[in-house]
Design a protein around this ligand. Sequence first.
Ligand SMILES: Cc1cc2nc3c(=O)[nH]c(=O)nc-3n(C[C@H](O)[C@H](O)[C@H](O)COP(=O)(O)O)c2cc1C
Length: 365
Amino acid sequence: MTTTTRPAATGLTALASPVTIAGLELPNRFVMAPMTRFRSPGGVPTDEVAAYYRRRAGNGVGLIVTEGTLVGHPSASHETTVPRMTAGAAEEGWRKVTGAVHAAGGRIATQLWHLGSERRPVDGIPAWTPSGTTGTPEPASAAGSPPMRTMSTADIDAIVAAFAESARVAARAGFDAIEIHAAHGYLLDEFLWPATNRRTDAFGGSPARRAAFPAEVIRAVRGELPVIIRFSQFKERAYEARIADSPAELETILTTLADAGADVFHASQRRFWEPAFPGSRLNLAGWARKLTGRPSITVGSIGLTSDFPASRAMARLGEGLADGEFDLVAAGRILLGNPSWARLVTEGRPAEIRDYEKAHEDVYF
Ligand SMILES: Cc1cc2nc3c(=O)[nH]c(=O)nc-3n(C[C@H](O)[C@H](O)[C@H](O)COP(=O)(O)O)c2cc1C
């Protein structure tokens, strides 16, 4: 009898193998997924933040992607403890973070972020959006707050410039790559999703036009560092939402982004083993790689064994890596409570891994 499922050990070997992606030499396939932690008062990452990332880099994570980090434009966010990528104190803080990660043998990308409609107008600045709608029945803005602003082309230019400036700061601060956050219903993703992008200018309409603004951002940041683009079908407010209803639509969007200079596609899914479209077992990262020929990162419930047993997950990851479906494997929540998770997995010590609990999101292990 033949079997198409390879053993979990194959997955482990594949995860532990080094790889060069977009010129970045990585010691293994483990990536830390970006996770907002609210630990950077005034937008400045502290020594504690540096130690937090260093613990992961020194324990088997080959590539860290930082928490979402705000570009230097007032519309990016109302948050005061989310880090920023701006010159001065924040840049100095980040230099300590990248130094700590490099000293531990890891690589680090920063995730550049603009919240779009998720910005709260607490300081009178409205949320900047493609078309003044969140695309969902639940309004993003609190009652009585200023209306959402529909971005003009001058606004678009200003945000593109803000991403470019933050990319320059990131390069100076020692980062190895930039990740552009174009997922989960934030500004760039709001351009990709037809429910939030109702524009009739060059930035709305067809899938290629919806991708035009994220593509301009990529074009503006490329050249500084390798560019990873994070995208998703789902939105945090709409799990069933889709930016592309078919592989053909996805191809148009992703090749627009690849042509603009995206080096790596980080395909955000809630469960990595779920096929992205009917009729193929490829997940979203698999489709991204197949459609663009660029390397991809998979993510979604890795290390969280309740939905999908650990041995099957490991075997599936091994198959995906061996078959060239995706190149890197990102883990989020399991790394919150387990700074050493990647090392414990590699060394075959599952008994020492703490199960993920929601409460880990409030603690800084
Ligand atoms: C506390 C927390 C904060 C997050 N913050 C971000 C973020 O800043 N940017 C982003 O793209 N995704 C963010 N995510 C999503 C994760 O990167 C990841 O895609 C998601 O948690 C699924 O992976 P997991 O199942 O391994 O946790 C966050 C997730 C969590 C749990």
